[in-house]
Design a protein around this ligand. Structure first.
Ligand code: C2E
Ligand code: CA
Ligand code: CA
Length: 744
């Protein structure tokens, strides 16, 4: 239709022009042509407009639908006046007005507060935004508006400038972003708070991977946020701090709060101390999603505390020690002695207190000066220390006076040994700056509880004993009790000469026969030791056995006895002169020694004739001292073919249950019961009881110390046949014994 009309109009123009110019038609005809043209143009215009209007209507409906139904608020604003021309329902809802009219009666400025959040005037800001929108067509920005109830809220606006019918308009699309904006702001505030606080705050997930890391954490540990987010918190711990890891697990399990002082590594590898509070991190539903730790650097505090402690202990040390020798001073000595006394009174043990004073020290000090004197004192303290056990306390009371508290004395002999060692060590020359100095010492010893039980008295007594030592000519020791000193000297003399006597072969074996009175036969000999002293003549065991036991020399003596007695008896055996047993006395010390078994084996190998004829005598009290160990040892001895006899039976307190367990074959009835058989009913009863006991345990019997015929008869009448005693023979030397055998 349009094409046809266009053709028609063109053709009409052509005709009109042609006719007007060329044919010179009549004016009526010309008018007709003109009307035709006008008509055609009119028809064409009408048709085009109708079509256009129809298109416009469709667009309008579409726009209206989008405009009204949009969930965003939509608003049309007159650019020039700022009047609100139109808006949709959503916008009315967003602003909270009753009706569209009410909202449209406002203008844009009235819907905004005076200032935006950046403190700029809303009006001025709006002008510049409008200009920007005109220039750029479309801009997006965030804006604070006022709701109908006066509340401010954030929205996001997309502003588009449009031109309709030459009219400049803004088309605004508005979204309420108040919630989002507020949580964003809250987050920013939280981060700001975290970064403002002084504590390092670090949160982790359940695996220990770091989620947040504030500025203080960076300051404290040297790592930046970007270096640490996502890293595992273990990175900060020195090695695997299981203690810490366990605590983390505990917090997670109990959802509690824990407070711990911990060591942690800085980025630069410095180890610092932190005070750490740990608690769980939960999501909005309360589920635990990790841990949060608040840490403070307490390194300085810890160091200061340590320094304070060091200082305190240094002052403490200085108050209680002698600066020259570093030994405890009088104050600490008193304290230690008091403690030692308390302990000894609880444990019923002995303490020896030594008071040591150097001889001639004053002369050294006066002639060579204090520097040399000080060095002498230091040397003395070093030498003294070398002779002490860890439990002994050496102190310097001042000047050249030293004390030693010796605790847990087993025997007074321990004190004698120490005193002798001190005398010896201090007698050795001290060499200082080419000076060879000789200092000896005088020692006084008091004993707890023998002498006294008080700190002051013990010290006074030791001091008094020291003066006695000085009076005795220095370079010696004295006990506070004169009796003790005497005993000590005796023992020392004895000890020294026992050693010498073993070397010089001054000991002799005596033999005392044991006779089976019923069969009239020598069943054995007991070997008894004698000391043939070069000046004092024959010495009996009662004079030296105790000292030998106290000093441990008894082991050497018993060993010597065993080898020598066996050697001699074996000579008789080789000659077939004697087929009985040899009894040797065995001290407890030798029984307890590690060497006994090997010695017996060696002896049996060296003198095979003695096999099955050797008997060892142990005393009842010796075995019962440590019955379990003794049983073991005796069984081993027994297994070598050596029999065991219990000596002095009846004098100790044998437990029958142990007696049954002992691998013994003989009981020797002690001579004290035999001695009084004639007048003491009790002794007779005891002997009868012992005989019954031996029979029931299937042990053989021997009665010692039998001197009279009556004693022998009583024993025989009651079932003890083997007799040892002066009635038959005293203990006799080898050749006399040989003759005894031959004559029997
Ligand atoms: P013991 O083992 O009970 O020896 C018996 C003691 O009684 C011996 O004294 C002996 O001489 C004495 N004796 C024997 N028959 C009679 C008697 O009829 N009347 C009286 N009054 N005494 C009699 P000894 O020889 O002086 O020995 C004393 C103690 O010394 C021994 O008592 C023994 O315990 C110990 N002993 C002797 N030699 C040694 C030895 O080589 N080693 C060890 N460890 N101790 C020995
Ligand atoms: Ca004996
Ligand atoms: Ca005996």
């Amino acid at each position: 239709m349009k094409v046809f009309l266009s053709f028609f109009i063109f053709f009409s123009f052509y005709l009109y022009a042609d006719v007007s110019i060329g044919l010179e038609l009549k004016w009526e005809y010309q008018l007709l042509v003109f009307i035709c043209i006008v008509l055609s143009v009119f028809v064409y215009r009408h048709l085009t407009l109708r079509r256009h209007n129809k298109d416009l209507n469709i667009q309008q409906e579409l726009f209206d639908a989008v405009f009204e139904n949009s969930s965003d608020g939509v608003l049309i604003i007159d650019t020039k006046s700022g009047d609100l021309l139109d808006c949709n329902k959503s916008l009315v809802d967003i602003f909270g007005y009753e009706s569209k009219q009410e909202l449209l009666s406002m203008n844009f400025d009235e819907l905004s507060p005076e200032y935006q959040d950046d403190k700029q005037s809303s009006r001025k800001k709006a002008i510049s935004l409008k200009q920007k929108a005109l220039h750029k067509k479309t801009i997006t920005f965030e804006w604070i508006h006022i709701k109908a109830d006066g509340k401010f809220f954030w929205c996001e606006i997309v502003l588009t400038s449009i031109c309709i019918d030459d009219k400049q308009l803004f088309y605004a699309n508005l979204k309420d972003i108040d919630d989002k904006k507020n949580s964003e702001l809250q987050l920013i505030q939280h981060v700001q708070i975290l970064d403002q606080v002084h504590d390092a705050i670090v949160s982790t997930d359940l695996e220990g991977n770091i989620l947040t890391w504030n500025v203080a954490a960076t300051k404290l540990l040297g790592y930046t946020q970007s270096e640490m987010i996502g890293e595992n918190v273990k990175k900060l711990y020195f090695k695997d701090d299981y203690n810490f890891i366990n605590r983390m697990l505990k917090i997670l399990q109990t959802k509690s709060i824990d407070h711990v002082n911990s060591k942690i590594l800085r980025k630069n590898s410095d180890l610092i101390y932190i005070d750490l509070s740990l608690s769980t991190l939960s999501d909005i539903n309360g589920a635990v999603i990790g841990l949060i730790g608040y840490a403070q650097d307490i390194t300085q505090r810890i160091i200061a505390k340590q320094q304070l402690l060091n200082q305190k202990s240094r002052l403490d040390y200085e108050a209680h020690h002698d600066p020259l020798t570093k030994l405890p001073n009088r104050l600490l000595f008193n304290d230690r002695l008091e403690q030692a006394i308390k302990k000894a009174s609880r444990n019923k043990t002995i303490i020896a207190l030594f008071f040591i004073d150097l001889d001639h020290f004053k002369e050294i000090n006066d002639s060579l000066g204090h520097d040399i004197g000080d060095k002498v004192l230091q040397t003395v303290s070093t030498r003294l220390r070398e002779h002490l056990r860890a439990s002994d306390t050496l102190s310097r009371l001042g000047g050249d006076e030293f004390t030693i508290i010796m605790e847990d004395l087993k025997d007074n002999k321990d004190a004698i040994t120490l005193a002798e060692n001190i005398l010896l060590t201090l007698k050795k020359p001290i060499i200082i700056n080419q000076h060879e100095l000789y200092v000896s010492s005088s020692i006084g010893i008091s004993l707890y509880p023998n002498d006294n039980t008080k700190v002051t008295s013990l010290l006074k007594y030791a001091d008094a004993a020291m003066y006695k030592a000085k009076e005795e000519g220095r370079d010696n020791y004295q006990f506070y009790s004169a009796e003790m000193t005497q005993k000590a000297f005796k023992r020392v003399v004895m000890e020294a000469s026992i050693r010498q006597a073993i070397k010089n072969n001054e000991f002799i074996v005596y033999f005392q026969p044991q006779v089976d009175a019923l069969k009239h036969k020598i069943s054995g000999f007991e070997a008894l030791i004698r000391w043939s002293h070069p000046r004092m003549g024959l010495i009996y065991p009662s004079k030296f056995i105790q000292t030998a036991e106290d000093t441990g020399l008894i082991i050497d003596l018993d060993r010597w006895m065993m080898f020598n007695a066996v050697e001699q008896v074996c000579k008789w055996k080789k000659e077939n002169m004697f087929d009985g047993t040899l009894s040797i006395n065995l001290s407890v010390k030798y029984l307890e020694s590690k060497t006994l078994l090997d010695d017996i084996k060696e002896c049996l190998e060296k003198y095979p004739q003695i096999n099955n004829y050797l008997e060892l005598e142990v005393t009842e009290s010796g075995v019962m001292k440590n019955p379990e160990d003794s049983i073991e040892k005796l069984k081993e001895i027994n297994a070598l073919g050596v029999s065991i006899a219990v000596d002095d039976f009846g004098t100790g307190y044998s437990s029958l249950s142990y007696l049954k367990l002992l691998p013994i074959s003989k009981l020797k009835i002690d001579q004290s019961f035999v001695r009084d058989i004639g007048d003491d009913e009790n002794d007779r009863a005891i002997i009868i009881a012992i005989i019954a006991l031996a029979k029931s345990l299937k042990l053989s019997l021997l009665a010692e110390g039998v001197e009279t015929q009556d004693q022998k008869e009583f024993l025989l009448d009651n079932g003890c046949d083997v007799i040892q005693g002066y009635l038959y023979s005293r203990p006799i030397p080898y050749y006399v014994a040989l003759k005894y055998i031959q004559d029997f």
